[in-house]
Design a protein around this ligand. Structure first.
Ligand code: T1G
Length: 709
């Protein structure tokens, strides 16, 4: 044993019940010391003549939450987790795993190697290695199918989802649920049952009935392969997981374990594993911001939302889902009722999708939610979120009114997607209480929340923004004030570039295909059709009215829009959507419009191939991301990655645009940008940060590691 894994015997029952406790905060990750300690403790149990059954339990808030992710990429120190878990399973005396918190990955695999498993009601289990670009590497792909069957095992392993204790009981992953919340008590109670009923050693690896039932069923295997391939969208590990699961039906157990280990080592060395583990740790680092060192979140017991349109309704519902009472305020009774209809439409959809029942829907709609056309009804709100029309004058006028009616200490937020929060705050007498909370549509679904900290925003107010993100189960990213903050500012650059490529000769459909093949859920023109081409038109008009001069090759887009073709909502945009289908077909008339614009501008089309398209697309995204970090709009490069992962569909198995840049090599990215400068010197001016990093032989991750907030 060691101080991380202990072995003891209960004083009662004549020492028949041993307890092996893992105590490796914060999540009992199965690092080297845990693995060594488990081997010693298991040996102590085997050599202890009085001990008849052993309970394996985690101290603190959870059972083992997995292998120690921090060890990946470093030389593996023996014993490996598979060696430890196989040794556990081979014991000749019964063991009982008592699960609480989250038994995930190697944690669940350790539990599967105990002979019995009991979970407290609040526990969750799972094999989320797929989210790290890996597969369960300690027998999960061989033992779980033996317990639950190949279909359920495929669902759990390739989705990486958590399974609740009741579902785990139903599936046969655990043998019992315990109503208490004390895993040791639950484990001891089950151990007493083992003694009383003289329950035998029962090894999962020897339970072959369920896998033999599907052995050779190639039709089933091919159906599973097709389904997993469709969902994987370019990620490798889900398909590898499935091959290992199928192996479990064909190979003897130890051969299946050997194959699983080979797959694991292959995946460990893939760029996808490096990228996804970067994203895992970035998820946790992004919430560490300077304001949390001194700021204290204010109460968030009740909210008011100004505006009942799409965003106002989505924001309202996301807070209702978090159990927060919300008053929605609109300018008059009719608009207030329209706002209520928007909210109830979302709630009714939730019932239809089986997310919650009618009673819960009614509780949210009638008990937690109210509407009003009187701004004075915001008086008791802890936080007021303005989600009105994207016009500075309208917002400033609203904030003057909010300032008059909101209680002292209330946090005043604007949901603006690009306007200057400093200017909005200047309309109030309390700029220190003002910040930006940029939600993404649909606000009750999208997890990204840009928390825009203005010049005078108090640390408490910023901390409250992060507390709200956590409460709403969103990913909060701190942003500074600029046009478009982090995400929309970067988006504008690579969308501009896409329009240049079209005007210069590349088909918009080739661009969409290239971006889709890169791993995005859709290309920029498909996204434009989804969001509505009229929004882009209005934005460009606003910017021109403000005297913006930059090149935005948008004439062809404006001509499509002027035909009233706004995309999916009008059935036609870049694509034709027949009979309300969401899958569009390329529109020959669009290509004619583009050819016409090129001819008017005397452009000789020079179409680009897929590789050339993506080199430019990524270079534009990375260059602007570097500027956003350089200017302090984003605290670290990882904040840019998280923003693009959660708000803009960047494929998670590539880690984010700046992680991708590190993996391609910043010198290569910079050389690309310099090679494109002849095409457009202004647009392709390399970010100084990029130049400096290359000169210093550093990369974006160097900055991530230096950051200490
Ligand atoms: N290894 C190392 N550190 C970990 C860790 C892990 N597995 N899980 C969490 N941490 C750190 C995390 O970085 C943070 O550190 C702190 O613990 C609290 O985490 C062989 C190969 C368990 C649900 O993928 O899903 O097993 O920021 O902020 O919100 O087949 O952590 O405080 O310094 O997330 O309460 C499989 C990953 C591994 C589970 C808790 N297991 N972890 O969530 O706290 S691969 C996982 C989580 C594997 C085997 C394979 C969550 C959590 P810091 P947190 P939380």
């Amino acid at each position: 044993m060691n101080e991380i894994v202990s072995y003891a015997v209960l004083p009662d029952e004549a020492g028949a019940i041993a307890v092996i406790t893992i105590d490796n905060p914060p999540v009992n990750a199965a690092g080297h010391a845990v693995r060594e300690g488990l081997v010693k403790a298991a040996k102590a149990f085997a050599d202890d003549p009085s001990a008849k059954v052993a309970v394996v339990v985690g101290a603190g808030r959870t059972f083992i939450a997995g292998a120690d992710i921090k060890e990946f990429g470093k030389p593996l120190q023996p014993p490996s987790l598979p060696e430890v878990t196989n040794m556990l399973e081979a014991l000749d005396k019964p063991t009982v795993c008592a699960i609480h918190g989250t038994a995930l990955g190697g944690g669940l695999e350790t539990a599967l190697c105990c002979h019995y498993r009991v979970a407290v009601k609040s526990a969750r289990v799972g094999l989320p290695e797929v989210h790290l670009g890996l597969l369960p590497g300690s027998g999960g792909t061989q033992r779980l199918p033996r317990l639950v069957g190949i279909e359920a095992a495929t669902d759990i392993i390739t989705s990486g989802r958590h399974v609740s204790a009741p579902e785990a009981l139903k599936l046969g992953i655990v043998d019992a649920n315990d109503d208490g919340d004390d895993p040791l008590a639950a484990g001891i109670a089950f151990a007493r049952r083992v003694l009383a009923e003289n329950l035998p050693v029962r090894r999962t690896s020897e339970m072959n009935e369920k896998i033999e039932a599907v052995r050779g069923n190639t039709k089933l295997f091919d159906e599973l392969r097709a389904a997993v391939k469709k969902k994987a969208k370019g990620q490798i590990s889900p398909l590898t997981c499935l091959e290992a699961i199928i192996d479990s039906t064909e190979l003897p157990f130890m051969k299946g374990m050997a194959r699983e280990r080979e797959y694991f080592m292959e995946l460990l060395n893939t760029p996808q594993r490096e990228a996804m583990i970067h994203a895992f740790f970035a998820d946790r680092e992004v919430g560490k911001v300077p304001e949390l060192k001194t700021g204290h979140a204010r109460p968030l017991d009740g909210a008011a939302v100004i505006g009942g349109g799409t965003m106002g309704a989505g924001i309202t519902v996301s807070m209702l889902f978090a159990g927060m009472p919300v008053t929605m305020v609109e300018r008059d009774e009719e608009s207030a009722q329209r706002g209520r209809q928007n909210v109830e439409r979302i709630l009714d959809d939730g019932v239809k999708r089986g997310k919650f029942d009618q009673a819960h829907r009614d509780h949210l709609a009638n008990k937690l939610y109210s509407v009003s056309s009187d701004i004075a009804s915001i008086a008791s709100a802890d936080i007021v979120i303005e989600a009105a029309f994207e016009n500075m004058d309208i917002k400033k006028d609203l904030f003057r009114q909010i300032d008059q009616h909101a209680k002292a200490g209330a946090v005043l937020a604007s949901n603006t997607s690009y306007l200057n929060i400093n200017e909005i705050a200047s309309a109030t007498k309390r700029p220190q209480d003002v910040l930006g909370l940029h939600f993404f549509s649909p606000a009750h679904v999208m997890r990204l929340l840009e928390i825009v900290v203005a010049d005078k925003t108090h640390a408490d107010v910023a901390a409250t923004g992060f507390a709200l993100a956590k409460k709403l189960k969103k990913v909060g990213v701190r942003a500074g004030v600029c046009d478009g903050f982090i995400g929309n500012r970067i988006l504008e650059r690579y969308l501009s570039l896409a329009s240049f490529m079209v005007e210069d000769g590349t088909s918009p459909y080739d661009i969409d295909k290239a971006v889709l093949n890169f791993g995005y859920p859709m290309g920029p023109n498909q996204m434009g059709d989804l969001a509505g081409l009229d929004i882009g038109m209005a934005n460009r008009k606003r910017k021109r009215a403000e005297g913006w001069k930059g090149r935005y090759a948008s004439d062809y887009m404006d001509r499509i829009g002027e035909l009233g073709r706004f995309g999916q909502k009008t059935g036609r945009g870049f694509y034709i959507y027949e009979n309300g289908s969401r899958i569009g077909k390329p529109d020959p008339e669009v290509l004619e419009i583009i050819d016409q614009v090129r001819a008017e501008k005397g452009i000789t089309p020079k179409p680009l191939n897929e590789e050339e398209i993506m080199r430019r697309y990524m270079a534009a995204m990375i260059n602007e991301g570097a500027r956003v970090v350089e200017e302090g709009i984003a605290l670290r490069p990882l904040d840019v990655d998280i923003t693009m992962l959660y708000g803009y569909g960047f494929p998670r198995w590539r880690g984010g645009p700046l992680k991708y840049a590190d993996m391609v090599g910043l010198d290569t990215i910079l050389a690309d940008i310099r090679s494109f400068q002849s095409e457009d010197p202004e647009f392709w001016k390399p970010a100084q940060l990029l130049i400096d990093l290359v000169d210093r032989g550093e990369n974006f991750d160097t900055l991530n590691k230096k950051a200490n907030f």
